[in-house]
Design a protein around this ligand. Structure first.
Ligand code: EPZ
Length: 426
């Protein structure tokens, strides 16, 4: 298995291009199931998760063409056309690899009147049930049955709009219901929805496809179902999690870097916290500029929250940064119950972190030391890269396939700004 080796201690200087957002591109791709016309997506990051979802969509009958976009941002243009849905079943073998594939259930039942989709199962960061997705589809009139690990959803006469109130915010359930309600009969009102920028990006694309959605960016979405949707062209928004990740990499390693295409308003909670820690962050014409001199950063307390709060997808990276802060930092994870798996790996590099339930207390030390470490999930793995960039000596990060799921050209982007990082092929 490949591993990534990093020799720490090199400050970073230059420009890092920010790719299109994985978590926006995935639901946008699923939206292709709603129409028999072509959906053109540009700025799609070139990642393993995107390829996995493309394979899943292909087995439902979606024709997919992928072309490199070129330019320094990279990315792909993906053209998808679901002229005919050839299968409404999403088998276990495909769904278990890729939780986002559960989203096919909403559009399939809306367009075809039935769908059989494997339950995604648990995953490393928590149990991650889909009860809110199913409750929402039932409210739109789908009959739901669970048997032998599969969900069968039936609505032979089509879905019918209704009021759906989510008991807590779920990105996935909001996406699924928004997709389904776009083709339901009549009006759907979704309350307490996620207003993550990726959800809004999906709504913008659905509107371009002819959907009638009001309330973008708020906790209430009003959707008038339409009989059919058309094709559209849409550019995926820049990845705020990749932006925040590289911002923390610069903060950990020191230096001066422009995150090209990074968008301040998508990252305001993170920028506020980084400034409190002593990192200079400025919006410049082509992105976000990060400056960190040699001084140690200060400890800052955070709590993960739904957008616009501090994102759970940056919690591990922030903990790696706090491992060398002055003082202490309390980090509370409120979204997923098991998202501290990076703690023992950071401890191998000398970090002093104690965990009590959903709260980790980090006592900053002067410098981490390189060590062999193991990636456990996507964001946890990149937190080890951040720790390694600021550490003394050599770190080898094993199980890097996790990184390939969500970070496009990671080694290339970091070595271009002066990091000593390389992939060792097994
Ligand atoms: C999305 O996951 C993202 N995934 C996650 O990013 C992200 O961490 C998460 O939203 C929160 O921002 C994609 O966009 C592909 P949720 P999702 O539904 O939709 C519970 C990454 O690293 N819940 O908002 O699965 C759930 O268990 C990934 O890129 C239910 O109980 O997240 C969790 O505790 C990881 N029942 C909480 O809600 C449900 O029916 C929030 O989950 C649905 C969710």
């Amino acid at each position: 298995m490949d591993c990534i080796e990093i020799e720490g201690g090199m400050p970073l200087h230059g420009e890092i291009p920010i790719s299109g957002a994985k978590n926006a591109a995935l639901p946008l791709m699923v939206a292709s199931l709603l129409t028999d016309e072509a959906l053109h997506l540009s700025n799609v990051p070139h990642l393993a998760d995107i390829t996995s979802l493309a394979n899943i969509l292909a087995q439902h009958g979606v024709e997919i063409d992928v072309q490199r976009e070129g330019g320094d941002i990279g990315g792909d243009v993906v053209v998808m056309r679901a002229a005919e849905i050839t299968s409404t079943t999403a088998p276990y073998d495909l769904v278990r690899k890729m939780r986002a594939s559960f989203w096919v259930i909403g559009p399939l039942v809306a367009r075809c009147g039935h769908a059989i989709v494997s339950l995604p199962g648990g995953c490393a960061i928590g149990t991650r049930p889909v009860d809110l997705h199913l409750m929402g589809l039932e409210r739109l009139g789908a009959e739901i049955e669970l048997a032998e690990g599969y969900v069968t959803a039936r609505a032979p006469k089509g879905l019918v709009g209704n009021e759906v109130e989510f008991p807590f915010v779920s990105v996935g359930a909001t996406v699924n219901l928004m997709l389904a309600a776009s083709l339901a009969k009549g009006e759907t009102v979704l309350r307490n929805v996620a207003c993550e920028p990726e959800v809004t990006d999906l709504a913008t694309c659905l509107i371009a496809m002819g959907a009638k959605i009001e309330g973008l960016g708020t906790r209430k979405l009003r959707i008038q179902g339409v009989e059919r949707l058309s094709g559209a062209r849409h550019r995926v928004l820049p990845d705020r999690i990749e932006t925040g990740t590289y911002a923390m990499a610069v903060a950990a390693a020191g230096g001066e870097v422009v995150l090209k295409n990074g968008v301040g308003r998508l990252n305001s909670a993170v920028i506020r916290v980084l400034k409190q820690a002593g990192v200079e962050v400025t919006e410049v014409a082509n992105g976000l500029q990060l400056i960190k001199n040699g001084a140690r950063h200060k400890g800052v307390d955070i709590e993960t929250e739904a957008f616009p709060g501090f994102p759970t997808d940056l919690q591990a990276q922030f903990m790696a940064l706090m491992a060398t802060c002055e003082g202490t930092s309390k980090i509370r994870e409120t979204i997923f119950e098991n998202r501290f798996m990076h703690v023992p790996e950071l401890a191998r590099m000398g970090a002093q972190i104690s965990v009590d339930g959903d709260c980790a207390t980090v006592t900053g030390i002067e410098r981490l030391k390189g060590a062999p470490v193991m990636a456990t999930d996507l964001r946890a793995s990149v937190s080890l890269v951040i720790a390694a960039l600021g550490a003394e000596g050599l770190t080898s990060v094993n199980r890097v396939y996790h990184l390939d799921r969500g970070f496009e050209r990671l080694e290339e982007k970091l070595s271009a700004v002066g990091a000593t990082i390389r992939r060792v092929r097994a």
